[in-house]
Design a protein around this ligand. Structure first.
Ligand code: ARG
Length: 454
C-alpha cells in the first residue's frame, strides 16, 4: 500500500519528462561550477577533472541517444548526477558542494532562454526578410488602404507589408531588452541564503557567458520574471503574426482575391474540390491564443508565492517550452509561406470600386485653392453622394459636374489619379513611393548587416 503511495507521489513530483530538454545547460553549468570549486581550492583539481570528464561523457551519451532518463530520479539534475555516480563513483558527490537545485534550475532556465531568445530574434529577422522580398517584388503595386475594414485611401502594398516589418522590429527590440535581465547569473545563491564556501561568482559568470551576477540570493532562486518576459514578448509577437494571418486569410478569399498562397501551404477540402484553405495562417491565428494562455498561466502561478523557492516554480517549463516551440515554428512557416505568395495587382486596383478612395485628395485639392478643409470636406461629401447616385466614379465626372459643387475646380481635376494620391503623401513614414523606397533601403541595410553578424 505504502509502496503504491510512494509511486504516486514520485510520479506526481517528477519533471524529467519535461526538463530533460535542459540537459545541455545543466551539464554546462555543472562543469563551470566544478572548475570554479577547484580554482578556489574547495575541491582538488584532480577531482574536478574527473567530474568534468564524467559530465562530458554523459553529454555524449545523451547526444547519442544512449542515455536512459528515469522518472524515479525526478528531474534532470538528479538524472545526470546519478549517472555521474555510476561512472566515477563517490567523487561525484563533490559536484553539489556549495550548490542547490534551486540555484541550479534557475541557472539552467536562464542559459536556455538566453540561447532561445537569440534564436527567436533570428527567426523574426528571417520573417522580416520575406516581407521585404515580397514588398520588393511588388514595388509599384497599389492597394486600397483600409480603416474600419472600409476602403479609405490608396497605399502601396509595400507600405502595408513594411508596417509588419516595423511591428516585428519592435518585437526584436523587446526580446533584446528582456535578454538584459535574463543575463544575470543566479548560481551561488544556494538554496536561498547564499553559500558557505569561498566561491567566485564573477568567474562563474564569465565562464558561462553572463554579463552580470544576481545581487540577492532570495530573489535569484525565486525569480521567474525572465520567463514571463519571454512569454509576454512572445505573446505580442504572436499577436502581430496573427494579425498578418488574418489579412492573409481575408486576402486569399474569393471575395478579395488579392493573393494566392503557394499550394504547399494550403490544403484542399475533403468534400469541396474547388477549395484551397489557408490552414497555415488560420493555425497561427489559433495558436496565438495558446501562447497568451501560457503567459497568463505563469502570471497566475507566481502571484502568491512567498519567498524564496517554492515547488510551484517547477511548473514554469511546460508552458515556456510550448511557447518557444509554437513561436519558432510559426515564425519559420510564415517566412517560408510568404515566399510563395503571389499578388494579384490588377485585382487590387480593380477593387478600388470606382475611385472613391480619392475623396480626401479631392478635398486636399480644394484646400490648395484656399478653401478651409472642413468646408472642402463638405463639398466632397456632396460630390461623393452625387457620384454614387449616378453610379459614376470621380474620374467619370465632367468638369461641369465638378463645378456645380465648387467654382474652384479646374481642368486639372480631371487627371487626378491614384498615383497622385500616393505621391502627395510624401512625409516621413508616409506611403509616397519615395518614402517607401527609403524605408525599404533602411530595412534592407539593417537586415544585411545582421546577416554578417550571425
Ligand atoms: N525540478 C525543480 C524545478 O524545476 C528543481 C528544483 C527543485 N528543488 C527542490 N528543492 N525540490 O524547479
Amino acid at each position: 500500500m505504502l509502496k503504491d503511495k510512494d509511486k504516486l507521489v514520485r510520479s506526481y513530483v517528477a519533471s524529467i519528462s519535461v526538463d530533460h530538454r535542459l540537459w545541455r545547460y545543466d551539464i554546462e553549468g555543472s562543469i563551470a561550477h566544478v572548475r570554479m570549486l577547484a580554482k578556489q581550492g574547495i575541491i582538488a583539481d584532480s577531482d574536478a577533472t574527473k567530474i568534468a570528464e564524467g559530465l562530458s561523457s554523459i553529454a555524449e551519451e545523451i547526444e547519442g541517444g544512449r542515455f536512459q532518463f528515469k522518472s524515479e530520479l525526478e528531474d534532470i539534475h538528479m538524472n545526470i548526477e546519478a549517472r555521474l555516480f555510476e561512472k566515477i563513483g563517490s567523487i561525484a558527490g563533490k559536484l553539489h558542494t556549495g550548490r542547490s537545485r534551486n540555484d541550479q534550475i534557475a541557472l539552467d532556465m536562464r542559459l536556455f532562454l538566453k540561447e532561445e531568445t537569440k534564436r527567436t530574434t533570428r527567426r523574426i529577422n528571417d520573417l522580416q526578410l520575406s516581407l521585404v522580398e515580397l514588398a520588393e517584388k511588388n514595388r509599384s503595386v497599389i492597394m486600397p488602404g483600409y480603416t474600419h475594414l472600409q476602403q479609405a485611401q490608396p497605399v502601396l502594398l509595400a507600405h502595408h507589408l513594411l508596417a509588419y516589418c516595423d511591428m516585428f522590429q519592435r518585437d526584436i527590440d523587446r526580446f533584446y531588452d528582456c535578454l538584459e535581465r535574463t543575463d544575470a547569473l543566479p548560481l551561488g545563491s544556494g538554496a536561498l541564503a547564499g553559500v558557505a564556501y569561498p566561491i567566485d561568482r564573477e568567474f562563474l559568470a564569465q565562464q558561462l557567458g553572463f554579463s552580470h551576477i544576481s545581487t540577492n540570493s532570495l530573489d535569484a532562486v525565486s525569480d521567474r520574471d525572465f520567463v514571463i518576459e519571454y512569454e509576454a514578448a512572445s505573446a505580442i509577437t504572436m499577436m502581430h503574426l496573427s494579425r498578418l494571418a488574418e489579412e492573409i486569410v481575408l486576402w486569399a478569399s474569393s471575395e478579395f482575391s488579392f493573393v494566392k498562397i503557394g499550394s504547399s501551404f494550403t490544403t484542399g477540402s475533403s468534400i469541396m474540390p474547388q477549395k484551397r484553405n489557408p490552414d497555415v495562417a488560420e493555425l497561427a491565428r489559433g495558436k496565438t491564443g495558446r501562447v497568451y494562455g501560457n503567459l497568463l498561466g505563469m502570471m497566475v502561478a507566481m502571484k502568491s508565492l512567498p519567498l524564496a523557492y517554492n515547488r510551484d516554480l517547477q511548473e514554469d517549463k511546460e508552458s515556456l517550452f510550448d511557447t518557444v516551440d509554437t513561436l519558432n515554428s510559426s515564425l519559420e512557416i510564415f517566412a517560408a509561406m510568404l515566399k510563395t505568395v503571389e499578388v494579384n495587382a490588377r485585382r487590387m486596383r480593380d477593387d478600388m470600386e470606382k475611385d472613391y478612395l480619392l475623396a480626401t485628395d479631392l478635398a486636399d485639392y480644394l484646400v490648395k485653392k484656399g478653401i478651409p478643409f472642413r468646408e472642402a470636406h463638405g463639398v466632397v461629401s456632396k460630390i461623393s453622394e452625387y457620384a454614387q447616385s449616378q453610379d459614376k466614379g470621380f474620374g467619370e465626372l465632367s468638369l461641369e459636374e465638378y463645378r456645380r459643387f465648387s467654382r474652384s475646380f479646374e481642368e486639372d481635376i480631371l487627371s487626378l489619379g491614384m498615383e497622385d494620391s500616393l505621391a502627395a503623401r510624401d512625409v516621413a513614414g508616409g506611403t509616397a513611393p519615395r518614402q517607401v523606397e527609403r524605408a525599404l533601403e533602411r530595412i534592407r541595410e539593417k537586415l544585411s548587416s545582421l546577416k554578417e553578424e550571425r
